[in-house]
Design a protein around this ligand. Structure first.
Ligand code: IPD
Ligand code: CA
Ligand code: CA
Length: 265
C-alpha cells in the first residue's frame, strides 16, 4: 500500500507523539503505588503529546487550523482545513495502567472529515483511512462486520460521567441494548471503539457526549470500511454534533430503533 503525502504527514506526527506516550505509560505503572498517584504526570504526558502533534503538523502544513482537546481552537490561514486532535484518548485507562488508549488525528476539509489516523501504541496497531481510498489496519484492508442478527452482535459504548448528561436515560439505553445483543463493551477509548467497528471487531457503537477530536478519525475509518455513521437518533452526523452511532447497514438501523425504543420506555 502506497501512502499519500498527506497520510505520510499524519502518520509521522502520530508516531512521534505515541513514542513519548509509550514511554510515559511505563512510568505510570511505577507511579500507581505513590499516594499522590500519577494524575499530574499523566496530564503532562497528555500535553506533551499534543505539543508534538501540533508542532509536527504545523511544520508540514503551516496554514491549516487546529481543534485540540487541550489547546482549543487555533484558526489557520487556510480556513478550509482543520486538524482534530486527541493526543491521548482513553486517559482514564492510561492513568490506571490499563493498556488500552490511542492517539487520534482527523482532518476536516470544508466541514467533511477526509482523513483519519488512530494509533494504539501498546498493541502497535495503526488504523488509517482517507476518503475514497479505503481503511487499513497495519496495511491490511478493513471491512465492517457482516453480521445482520443483532442478537449475535457485540456492541461498544461509552458510559457518561455522572456530571455530564442524563445518566438515567443512558441506563435505559444500556438495558435495552444489553437485552437485544450478545454483549456490550465499554473499552474506554472512543477513537479505538470506532476503529474496532471499522475492523469488524465490534459490530456497532453508540455514545452521547463526544467531541470532534474523539471521533473525527474514527468516522472516516468506519465509512471507508463500509459502515454507517449517524447521530444516535439516526440523523445526519455533524462534526459539531455530540452523539454518534456506528455500525454496518443492517445493524445500524436495528441499533437506532433499539435506542429510540429505550428512550421512549
Ligand atoms: C474519552 C474516551 C472515552 C469516552 C469519553 C471520552 P478522553 O476521551 O474516548 O471512551 O467514553 O466520552 O471523553 O477523555 O480519554 O480523551
Ligand atoms: Ca477523547
Ligand atoms: Ca484526551
Amino acid at each position: 500500500m502506497i501512502r499519500s503525502p498527506l497520510m505520510t504527514v499524519m502518520v509521522d506526527a502520530v508516531m512521534r507523539a505515541a513514542k513519548g506516550l509509550r514511554r510515559d505509560f511505563g512510568e505510570v505503572e511505577n507511579l500507581q503505588v505513590s499516594s499522590k498517584g500519577p494524575g499530574d504526570f499523566v496530564s503532562t504526558a497528555d500535553h506533551k503529546a499534543e505539543a508534538i502533534l501540533h508542532d509536527s503538523l504545523l511544520k508540514s502544513r503551516p496554514d491549516f487550523g487546529f481543534v485540540m482537546e487541550e489547546g482549543g481552537v487555533v484558526e489557520g490561514k487556510d480556513t478550509s482545513h482543520r486538524w482534530h486532535i486527541d493526543p491521548l484518548d482513553g486517559t482514564l485507562n492510561f492513568l490506571h495502567g490499563m493498556p488500552h488508549f490511542s492517539v487520534s488525528l482527523g482532518l476536516e476539509r470544508d466541514g467533511q472529515i477526509v482523513a483519519g489516523v488512530v494509533y494504539d501504541p501498546i498493541k502497535d496497531e495503526l488504523f488509517i483511512a482517507e476518503k475514497g481510498k479505503g481503511a487499513f489496519l497495519n496495511n491490511r484492508r478493513l471491512r465492517v462486520s457482516g453480521r445482520t442478527d443483532l442478537m449475535e452482535c457485540m456492541i461498544g459504548t461509552g458510559i457518561p460521567a455522572s456530571n455530564k448528561r442524563d445518566v438515567p436515560v443512558y441506563m435505559k439505553e444500556l438495558t435495552h441494548v444489553t437485552a437485544r445483543t450478545a454483549g456490550v463493551r465499554r473499552l474506554g477509548s472512543a477513537a479505538l471503539d470506532l476503529a474496532y467497528v471499522a475492523a469488524g471487531r465490534l459490530d456497532g457503537f453508540w455514545e452521547t457526549g463526544l467531541s470532534s477530536w474523539d471521533v473525527a478519525a474514527g468516522v472516516v475509518l468506519v465509512r471507508e470500511a463500509g459502515g454507517f455513521i449517524t447521530d444516535t437518533t439516526g440523523g445526519e452526523y455533524s462534526i459539531a454534533g455530540k452523539s454518534l452511532l456506528a455500525a454496518n447497514a443492517s445493524v445500524h438501523s436495528q441499533l437506532v430503533k433499539t435506542i429510540k425504543d429505550a428512550r421512549a420506555a
